[in-house]
Design a protein around this ligand. Structure first.
Ligand code: FAD
Ligand code: NAP
Length: 457
């Protein structure tokens, strides 16, 4: 039950205000489109961290500065008096969705995805078996992660053939000198400098024509200095399905061609300081060890029809001392909002949240981004997704003349919460840039709650 006393905080002015929960790309693009499409509406952007930008800040790899700069676009959207950033407020904990629905003309859930999918194989719970999301959060200076990260493993496995797997493999293999100009916090730089990693084994359960890498991200791995890429040409033999895929999709053809180039040029004796081995048709079956990981057993697969695979029973053991699962993210339910436990998404009809019980949709409740359609797609795709949601919202909440039918205008205070607002973010942003300038780089992230809150609240 939500507290009725909070309703006393409702702002009674006539301007309609929409609450958007999550200041990642999806929430920010939704705010932008709302403001562009309606001259009156204002937006309160709720965010659980004192800093906005979601996975652009806490997911995109630090050695991708060009993509990190998308934060400038998102920053420009938020730097608008019709948008109030309400950072350091976790919806579901600090304020209930029911309170927001009471106070606002509409509520949009854009809380993204922050957890890892599990493999469900024996040994997954051993020490040194990590979800990629934890490692990514650590190197990106996320305030919920520990400062220390054990990089004493000489050989490491990365499971998955998506771009997150490539990010993890690349950051593990990349020489620290190539990372020094990025926004990584000092403790991350020190740990990567002392890293013992020599061999990174990336395992894809399907063939190379079914890898989900982006061609550019894959090629980038080939450009990392002092790293040998090791690909077994036998893994690159395509079946009929694979041949069809590379004929049909240019991206897949480029991926296979890139891998073939690497397989051809592999030196008989690797000479670089580190190696990344890319294995295809290998699926993990168990992690071996008593308390910590000592090896991974993988089973060779063979293609079936339609690009799926089945096990052949041929098991190979690779001695590795750490394993990173990069097999996909999943969303966390928001209390009070319907959630599909199998798909890990909010059920919806073109962005309108479905009401399981009644079979219709929940009035004035919407969703967008990864929690709406699952953890797939680049930052740009959250924009078209937000467009669908905003269009549904505006057509439901306004009459045919464009007037808001129930223009509720939000909450000014959240009892018990200390809001990190836009001015607070500007102070944190300036402090991070100043910290970066002192070290000859664009920014150095503040990576702890105390430091972030002392600047933002
Ligand atoms: C490791 C990784 C690297 C990536 N790299 C790239 C890349 O290089 N290029 C690219 O185009 N795409 C990249 N992507 C994809 C991109 O990050 C996503 O497409 C995009 O971030 C999804 O946006 P979103 O707003 O739905 O979710 P998110 O970015 O996750 O934003 C959701 C926001 O909601 C907030 N939130 C969550 N729960 C609550 C709550 N209860 N109350 C208040 N706030 C809450 C979160 O803190 C977060 O700020 C990457 C993804 C990952 C996982
Ligand atoms: N630089 C960038 O542009 C960038 C960086 C990071 C992320 N992203 C984007 O963010 C999204 C998410 O990326 P992602 O890498 O997390 O997901 P993804 O692209 O869905 O890749 C997940 C990988 O894990 C594999 N997998 C899933 N379950 C498995 C299991 N049980 N055992 C073994 N392998 C398994 C999948 O194999 P199958 O194909 O066989 O299912 C797939 O290869 C993508 O759209 C991605 O492009 C972009």
């Amino acid at each position: 039950m939500h507290d009725l006393h909070r309703h006393a905080e409702v702002n009674t002015a006539e301007r309609p205000r929409v609450a958007i929960v999550g200041a990642g790309p999806a929430g920010t693009y939704a705010a932008d489109l709302l403001l562009r499409d309606d001259p009156l509406v204002e937006v309160d952007l709720y965010e659980r961290f004192p800093a906005p930008f979601g996975l652009v800040r806490y997911g995109v790899a630090p050695d991708h500065p060009r993509i990190k700069r998308i934060t400038s676009t998102l920053h420009a959207v938020m730097d608008n008096p019709r948008i109030r950033l309400r950072g350091n407020v976790e919806v579901g904990r600090d304020v209930h969705v029911a309170d927001l629905l009471h106070a606002y003309a509409a509520v949009v859930i854009a809380t993204g995805a922050d957890k890892d999918l599990d493999l469900g194989i024996p040994g997954e719970g051993l020490a040194d078996s990590h979800g990629a999301s934890s490692f990514v959060a650590w190197y990106d200076g996320h305030p919920d992660t520990e400062v220390d990260w054990d990089l004493s493993a000489r050989a490491t496995a990365v499971i998955g053939a998506g771009n997150v797997a490539l990010d993890v493999a690349r950051v593990l293999a990349r020489p620290i000198d190539d990372m020094r100009t990025t926004d990584i916090p000092r403790h991350v730089e020190e740990a990567l400098e002392a890293s013992c990693v020599r061999d990174v084994h990336l395992f894809a359960r399907r063939g190379p024509a079914d890898a989900r890498f982006s061609p550019n991200e894959l090629r980038e791995l080939g450009e990392v200095t002092d790293v040998d890429l090791v690909v077994d040409p036998r893994d690159l033999v395509l079946d009929d399905h694979g041949e069809r895929m590379i004929r049909q999709f240019a991206q897949r053809r480029i991926i296979v061609e890139t891998l073939r180039e690497w397989a051809d040029r592999a030196p008989a004796i690797p000479t670089a300081a580190r190696r990344v081995h890319l294995h295809f048709h290998q699926r993990p079956v168990r992690l071996v060890g008593t308390t910590s990981v000592q090896a991974i057993d993988v089973e060779r697969t063979r293609p079936t029809e339609l690009g799926r695979v089945e096990g052949t029973g041929e098991i190979t053991r690779y001695p590795v001392q750490a394993v990173y699962r990069a097999i996909g993210y999943r969303s966390t339910p928001v209390p009070g909002v319907p959630f599909d436990q199998e798909r890990h998404t909010i059920p919806h009809v073109r962005g309108r949240v479905s009401d399981h019980a009644g079979g219709g949709t929940v009035p004035r409740l919407y969703t967008t981004g990864w929690i709406k359609r699952g953890p797939i797609g680049l930052i740009g795709s959250t924009k078209s997704d937000a467009a669908e949601t905003v269009s549904a919202l505006l057509s439901d909440c306004r009459d045919s003349a464009g007037a808001w039918m129930d223009p509720r205008s939000g909450m000014d205070h959240i009892p018990g919460a200390t809001i990190a607002d836009w001015e607070g973010w500007l102070r944190l942003d300036a402090a991070e840039q100043a910290g970066g300038a002192r070290r000859g780089r664009e920014r150095t992230k503040v990576a702890d709650w105390t430091g972030m809150l002392s600047l933002t609240t």
